[in-house]
Design a protein around this ligand. Structure first.
Ligand code: NAD
Length: 499
């Protein structure tokens, strides 16, 4: 049997082995195992943490401007290596190349933001808070930080985390998804080329064993996680129990409302991309449409049906295709299971993507469209994370908003309308973290922050942007006084005030 190339770890600036277990990495478009990824054991993770710990004092002392220059250089290297990176991404994830390029671009924006670190770390200063007394707050790095990331954005989500952590003066251990680990590793190697000292960023590949080692280790001060809600909740509770700062972003079930006055043709186009882009494997995807009124629902369903008929499904490497495969056979089985479940529950399957056949053994599923989805159904409640879009019929905007507000997830949402008053009411009262008005995927740009509400985010601070500065630093407030020499002051026993 042919020996598959092995994906290892990056520890202390070196590509190294570690751990006796490994697992296959598949090309989802062919169904073939192309590589094997090593699964780090506790000892390997501890080596990575030790390397990050050793690199911390010198990196912390490195002027922020110098740290930021590494980010500027990395941005250039990411652009120069975009083709190779995206080819790797598509080969392991399956998404079409143009989508991989989009993902990389959004990742690069976070590297760009991290290169503003000197500006972002300036702190706050107040003069004369008391007689001859000044006070300032500065934001100090916290030490070794860690990130655990999902399969669906293997380049972008790691870049939500470590560039800001590192630009703020911390060191980092990244544990990417074991399903498509190569692109995150390549980005880390580019960071070394950009001038990052060994040990500042380490990458350990692995599964639960590696994650648990990161969570239990006292040297790790903070953990950022992005993935499914059950694991996010686990990371949050275990990480907090070990005294760490934790932000854990979880799953989603995003609803779009289509109002009767919306530009239906444009709403349908927007919904196509939001539901089926990246095969629905996006935490900001729209798997549910709430159409207000039967006439709106009929028009939306008819429009979607027409557009789906034009969609091309096939390998992501072929630029003619709109949608690639799902990530693994196991995930394909799970998603088709939901299609069967929806039929059993009484929703009307208008388009059956299971009929789409692509040559070979790839994990392809065509776009599926359900009408008459109802709140009690599993396909309404649970995150499917595949190309399955459900339409629900509601009578009023308020009925739609009540459904959204009652749902356990609150990541993203969107309203399609021409009515400013309705849009304003919606954005004011909806219990969701990221809201679009005629924008189907309201993913905040890198200089805002990304985070859902309810069971889509555990922790207080969102990912990237200004919140990342707060997450990866500790505020220290210093108050200083330089009384005039020779002035004698008696002891004061009352609480100091500013009278
Ligand atoms: P996942 O939860 O299965 O895995 C995420 C990470 O957790 C991986 O690195 C994995 O190795 C690790 N992990 C898995 N099981 C574990 C366990 N039992 N103990 C410890 N660690 C474990 O998620 P996924 O399937 O890779 O990604 C898809 C999910 O991520 C979806 O639910 C999606 O909504 C979510 N997601 C959320 C956001 C967001 O910003 N809210 C963004 C992207 C993806």
């Amino acid at each position: 049997m042919k020996k598959l190339p092995q994906i290892q770890h990056l520890i202390d600036g070196q590509i190294v082995g570690g751990g006796s277990r490994s697992q296959d990495v598949f090309n989802p478009a062919t169904g073939k195992a192309e590589k094997r990824v090593l699964l780090a054991d506790k000892l390997t993770v501890e080596k990575a943490i030790a390397s990050a710990q050793a690199a911390y004092p010198a990196w912390r002392a490195t002027p922020p401007l110098k740290r930021a220059r590494v980010m500027s250089k990395l941005k250039i290297l990411l652009e120069e290596n975009a083709e190779q990176l995206c080819a790797l991404l598509t080969a392991e994830h399956g998404k079409v190349l143009s989508d991989s390029m989009g993902e990389l671009q959004r990742g690069i924006e976070n590297v760009e933001y991290a290169s503003y670190a000197p500006e972002l770390l300036k702190g706050e200063h107040s003069k004369n808070v008391g007689p001859a007394m000044d006070s300032w707050s500065e934001f100090q790095p916290i030490g070794v930080t860690a990130g655990i990331t999902p399969f669906n954005f293997p380049v972008m989500v790691p870049l939500w985390m470590w560039p800001m952590a590192i630009a703020c003066g911390n060191t980092f251990v990244l544990k990417p998804s074991e399903r498509d680990p190569s692109s995150a590793l390549l980005v880390a190697e580019l960071a070394l080329q950009a001038g990052l000292p060994p040990g500042v960023l380490n990458v350990v590949n692995g599964d639960k064993e590696a994650v648990d080692a990161l969570l239990a280790d006292k040297r790790v001060q903070a953990v950022s996680f992005v993935g499914s809600t059950p694991i996010a909740e686990y990371i949050y509770s275990v990480g907090c129990a070990h005294g760490k700062r934790v932000q854990a972003l979880g799953g989603a079930k995003n609803h779009a409302i289509v109002m009767p006055d919306a530009d239906i043709a444009n709403a349908v186009s927007a919904l196509m991309g939001a539901a089926f882009g990246s095969c629905g494997e996006r935490c900001m995807a729209i798997p549910l449409v709430l159409a207000v009124g039967d006439a709106t629902a009929d028009a939306v369903v008819a429009g979607l049906k027409t557009e789906i008929a034009k969609m091309k499904v096939g390998p992501g490497t072929d630029a003619a295709n709109d949608m690639g495969p799902l990530v693994t056979q196991q995930h394909l089985d799970k998603v088709t299971g939901y299609v069967e479940q929806g039929i059993k529950e009484g929703a009307k399957l208008v388009v059956d993507g299971r009929a789409v056949k692509v040559k070979g053994n790839g994990y392809f599923l065509g776009a599926c469209l359900f009408d008459n989805v109802k709140p009690g159904m599993k396909i309404y409640q649970e995150e499917i994370f595949g190309p399955v879009l459900g339409v629900m019929r509601v009578k009023t905007l308020q009925e739609g908003m009540d459904l959204i507000n009652a749902h356990e997830y609150g990541n993203g949402t969107c309203i399609f309308t021409r009515d400013g008053e309705a849009a304003r009411y919606f954005s004011e009262h909806i219990l969701v973290g990221m809201v679009g008005i005629n924008v189907p995927l309201p993913v905040p740009v890198a200089y805002h922050s990304f985070g859902g509400w309810k069971r889509s985010l555990f922790g207080d601070l969102s990912a990237y942007g200004p919140d990342a500065v707060r997450f990866y630093t500790k505020r220290k407030t210093i108050t200083q006084r330089w009384p005039s020499a020779g002035v004698r002051e008696g002891a004061v026993y009352s609480f100091p005030t500013n009278r």
